[in-house]
Ligand binder design. Structure first.
Ligand code: BES
Ligand code: MN
Ligand code: ZN
Length: 513
């Protein structure tokens, strides 16, 4: 695998002969030399590979050729020309990145601009997107999950090498910078996600947020201990009660430089876009204990928060939108002890809504409700996007193909859907309805945290959360329970945390407000 990827400037020096792998594009049913860059010295080598039966041009297929001087050329299949999209380069780029891992290649140059032009994707925007997709693929494939390997793992199992990435086209090069930054942010998310629960406690997450804030000039505030009581963040207090790892709500704030609402700006403060992430550092289910192996993997119940953290890094380091962005990580460990909150407890939230706890395993919504009330009170958000591994029900409904999207607001939903299609992180809309809200009514309090009728678990979660969002505030809930981990090694992903959420949020932040 790749250890790191560095981008060399498109005008930079080419590598020594033999040292640099050159990638050219080929469409299905065409000759591979149809789109060679002008004056390419390797056209003879490439021409010869055309007759090989495996040289089909199907998307992601790589056929290699060698020049007389020994330089390696990869003929990269781009699929059918009329179906080509710049984003197809995510999987094709991943194939090249994986091949670079196998051949231990240190330098690769993409000379595929002529092929993009031939497919009608030659505009600067298309080329930037193509470069970005290749950058994302190389970035994501440079991640590993070896942080907790010890002395019993042989060093050669960790052998990795650096790759430098270059393009013959300035727009592609520019796009690749963004793609690599996206990959880097997603990798930080994945590493946090994989960090085991005895290490990644709420306090650990707070430290990670503080470090990020310091590095990129964000404001960071951690609400913990007595301050949780003062702010009446009852969900955190109760869900986190049983654990010696104390809960906290982490708040990060990005302020654009110079713009309205910017530091020292006289103009009226702009209202922020708010991101919220479920950060349950371990979910045992609490007293409604998880059974039959349902607990294994619950270190990843913090992945909504990890994705929000990755997105905030990207926001501050690369995207720098012209409007403020505020993030909340709702961090608690759902454990068991004599101090645990229980089924039958009634919690009173800061917005006055009372909740009867029927199931301590429906804990995510209880901590998220705190952040929803709090942000509606304090930030007057223009919109709220909340990500959580909220329900097993969404996995039953959508598998690992789509995240469940719940959003009543047409404009915010359109933003999410546009971001989904450009980022490639897929979402599918699921229904919100008064009937689901009614299903959450409690005989003793205002609402229940879970209706035991076993119906529409994902929709119940969304309905519950809606009780904590002020009327008129656009709200989007993304249930990422099926998407935050990849169970196999394919395309841009290896087995383990996927970093889902970082890329769709990146595209939301890239949109004009
Ligand atoms: N963290 C889980 C949801 C989950 C399950 C995430 C599997 C990833 C994989 C959540 O807190 C939970 O336990 N949800 C319950 C809700 C139920 C008790 C109403 C569920 O979906 O079973
Ligand atoms: Mn749970
Ligand atoms: Zn949970």
């Amino acid at each position: 695998m790749l250890a790191s990827v560095a981008l060399v400037d498109s005008k930079g020096k080419k590598g020594k002969a033999g040292g640099e792998v050159v990638v050219v594009g080929m469409f299905q049913g065409e000759k591979p030399d149809a789109h060679l860059p002008k004056g390419a010295a390797f056209s003879r080598a490439v021409g010869a590979s055309a007759d090989r039966p495996e040289c089909t041009g199907e998307s992601g297929r790589i056929v290699e050729a060698f020049t007389e001087g020994g330089a390696r050329v990869m003929v990269l299949g781009l699929g059918k020309k009329d179906k080509f999209k710049p984003s197809s380069l995510r999987s094709a780029g991943a194939a090249v990145a994986r091949r670079m891992g196998v051949i231990k290649g240190g330098k690769v140059r993409f000379s595929i601009a002529p092929a993009l032009e031939a497919a009608g994707a030659g505009s600067p925007g298309d080329k930037r997107m193509a470069g970005r997709c290749i950058g994302e693929a190389f970035g994501l494939l440079s991640w590993d999950n070896l942080g907790f390997k010890g002395k019993a793992t042989a060093p050669d199992k960790r052998e990795r090498h650096a790759v430098s990435l270059a393009f013959d086209d300035a727009s592609m090069n520019e796009g690749a910078k963004l793609g690599l930054a996206i990959g880097e942010a997603a990798n930080i998310t994945r590493t946090l996600s994989e960090t085991p629960p005895n290490v990644a406690t709420p306090e650990f997450m707070a430290k990670a947020a503080r470090k990020l804030a310091k590095e990129f000039g964000l404001k960071c505030e951690v609400i913990e201990g007595k301050a949780l009581e003062r702010e009446r963040l009852t969900g955190h207090i109760n869900v986190g009660k049983a654990s010696e790892n104390k809960p906290c709500m982490i708040r990060l704030e990005y302020t654009p430089k110079g713009g309205k609402g910017g530091k020292g700006g006289k103009a009226k403060k702009q209202k922020p876009l708010v991101l919220i992430g479920k950060t349950v550092t371990y979910d045992t289910g609490g007293l409604s204990l998880k059974v039959n192996n349902g607990m294994v993997g619950m270190k990843r119940d913090k992945d909504g928060g990890c994705a929000v953290l990755g997105a905030m890094r990207l926001c501050a380091a690369a995207i720098k939108p012209g409007y403020p962005v505020v993030a909340y990580l709702c961090a608690a460990e759902n454990s068991i002890s004599d101090e645990a909150y229980r089924p039958d407890d009634v919690l009173t939230y800061r917005n006055g809504v009372t909740v009867e706890v029927t199931n301590t395993d429906a804990e995510g919504r209880l901590v998220l409700a705190d952040a929803l009330c709090y942000t509606c009170d304090k930030d007057a958000p223009v919109g709220i996007i909340e990500l959580s591994t909220l329900t097993g029900g969404v996995i039953t409904a959508l598998g690992s193909t789509f995240a469940g999207l719940f959003c009543d607001d047409d404009a915010l939903r359109a933003r999410m859907e546009a971001a989904s299609s450009s980022s490639g992180e897929r979402v599918w809309r699921l229904p919100t309805d008064q009937e689901y809200r009614d299903m959450m009514k409690s005989p003793v309090a205002d609402i229940l945290n879970s209706n035991p009728n076993r119906k529409a678990h994902a929709g119940q979660g969304a309905a519950f959360l809606s009780y904590f969002v002020k009327e008129g505030v656009p709200f989007c809930h993304l249930d990422i329970a099926g998407m935050h981990v990849s169970d196999g090694d394919s395309g841009m992903y290896v087995k383990g945390s996927s970093g889902f959420g970082v890329r769709i949020l990146a595209d939301v932040l890239l949109q004009e407000a």
